[in-house]
Write a protein that binds this ligand. Structure first.
Ligand SMILES: Nc1ncnc2c1ncn2[C@@H]1O[C@H](COP(=O)(O)OP(=O)(O)OP(=O)(O)O)[C@@H](O)[C@H]1O
Ligand SMILES: [Mg+2]
Length: 245
């Protein structure tokens, strides 16, 4: 993926396995978000192709990819600040499971779905039941993040892309978000971009490290973090010139 002279994603050849949880690490500007944008259809790659379950989806629009089961948190989660947590979940569920309808009609029908079993289950699964009635605009960042993930999951995606789900959260909020993410492991394929990589370490099956658009390491967590090129590019540790340790 090129932007003028900048090659933001450079010859990335990557395969995700069904139901695995994989992570992407990389310094600022490494191309992680651009890679997500290419996967979700926000950008059409300058060269190369993207396959999903054997099908070439390179030219499909973001909504067409969502319909195939590829979801990215913010993409599915236009949250409504003036609606309660419960109604935000209802809308997310309704939108993906019912025929497209006008937003006005959607709001009117909302009430009928408030006690749908999928909604009740999501409230509990994401620890949102104590704040179900609270307006989205009154949530803390951690609560909002949990609501967004719940909304994405209610759409029942096969592939969930999370771009820095822990960004901006306090330690106490991180724990809550990790807890709900952990409950998704094994239910869908998950690709997480996260700088706070040690937090997601225990449920990552595989890691890739990107630098200047390219994948410079791929494999297990330890293996990647100990890779000489990763130490040099990501941690700025240069063993060849660092005799003092
Ligand atoms: N729409 C765009 N137009 C021009 N250049 C872009 C565009 N989007 C990204 N870039 C450039 O592509 C490169 C990769 O950016 P990207 O946002 O993908 O990095 P990132 O790995 O997500 O970084 P961060 O960790 O800071 O989120 C950067 O040099 C960025 O300036
Ligand atoms: Mg980014």
């Amino acid at each position: 993926m090129r932007f003028g002279p900048v090659v933001a994603v450079d010859r990335v050849d990557y395969q995700l396995r069904r139901h695995e949880v994989a992570g992407i690490l990389g310094s600022n500007g490494a191309g992680k978000t651009t890679f997500f944008n290419v996967l979700t259809g926000y950008y059409t790659p300058t060269e190369g192709r993207i396959f999903y379950q054997g099908r070439d989806i390179t030219r499909l629009s973001p909504p067409q990819r969502v319909a195939l089961g590829i979801a990215r948190t913010f993409q599915l989660t236009s949250t409504f600040d003036n609606l309660s947590v419960l109604d935000n979940l209802v809308l997310a569920f309704f939108r993906s499971h019912c025929r497209p309808t006008t937003l006005g009609l959607l709001f009117k029908r909302c009430a009928a779905y408030r006690d749908h079993e999928a909604i009740i289950a999501a409230l509990h699964q994401f620890d949102l039941h104590p704040i179900a009635a609270r307006l989205a605009c009154h949530l803390s960042l951690g609560e909002k993040r949990r609501m967004e993930i719940a909304m994405a999951v209610l759409a029942d995606p096969e592939l969930l892309l999370l771009d820095e789900p822990l960004a901006g959260l306090a330690e106490s909020e991180i724990r809550g978000v990790l807890e709900v993410l952990r409950r998704q492991v094994g239910k869908q394929t998950i690709l997480i971009v996260e700088h706070k990589i040690s937090h997601v370490r225990d449920f990552l099956e595989r890691l890739i490290v990107m630098h200047e658009g390219r994948i410079i390491a791929e494999g297990g967590y330890e293996e990647c973090l100990n890779d000489p090129q990763v130490r040099k590019s990501y941690w700025q540790i240069d063993e060849s010139s660092d005799n003092a340790g």
